[in-house]
Design a protein around this ligand. Structure first.
Ligand SMILES: CC(C)(COP(=O)(O)OP(=O)(O)OC[C@H]1O[C@@H](n2cnc3c(N)ncnc32)[C@H](O)[C@@H]1OP(=O)(O)O)[C@@H](O)C(=O)NCCC(=O)NCCS
Length: 144
């Protein structure tokens, strides 16, 4: 496993991963490009050998951060890729002075809730009907 920073030249890789992981709900390439160009956004890509298999994007301003998105290809799940991606992101955030991180997750996303809990995240709130005016979002918070 190799974890490397996600740069603007990785846009096609990130877009391919985003499409593979989120299919119909994936962000558009233009939106990923716009995010990557923000000085407040940073991310990592996980490689199995030379093959990109997962990614994470986070955003932070001063001491408050957010995980924007994370995904690992179905074929490579449950091998620790997401855990390493989040640990790299948290380490970078921490070195920039961030100590409070939040994120939103669909209430029925057991895999994501599992990893956030494993990494010390605590459920601190609910946004009702947040996704498509139907599904609730849970808010998780981490203290780095
Ligand atoms: C959530 C996701 C990123 C996890 O990626 P992953 O690389 O498989 O996760 P890891 O192998 O690092 O798992 C680390 C821990 O997370 C938890 N976890 C992961 N998958 C789980 C599952 N299906 N059910 C319950 N817990 C799970 C476990 O605690 C696991 O530790 P363990 O294997 O020692 O038990 C992946 O399932 C995914 O891409 N899902 C689709 C996209 C998505 O939902 N993103 C999150 C949006 S908020």
């Amino acid at each position: 496993m190799d974890i490397k920073p996600a740069l603007i030249e990785d846009l096609i890789t990130l877009n391919n991963l985003e499409q593979a992981v989120f299919s119909a709900n994936a962000w558009h390439k233009e939106d990923i490009a716009a995010m990557l160009s923000l000085p407040t956004v940073f991310g990592f890509i996980a490689y199995s050998g030379k093959v990109p298999v997962g990614y994470v994007l986070g955003q932070w301003v001063e001491d408050v951060g957010e995980i924007l998105t994370i995904g690992v290809l179905k074929t490579h799940r449950r091998k620790g890729f997401a855990e390493q991606l989040i640990k790299h992101l948290f380490s970078k955030m921490k070195s920039d002075g961030v100590y409070n991180v939040t994120l939103e997750v669909k209430a029925d996303n057991n895999a994501a809730k599992g990893i956030y809990t494993k990494l010390g995240g605590v459920k601190v709130g609910v946004r009702r009907k947040y996704y498509n005016n139907k599904e609730d979002a849970l808010i998780y918070q981490f203290n780095l």
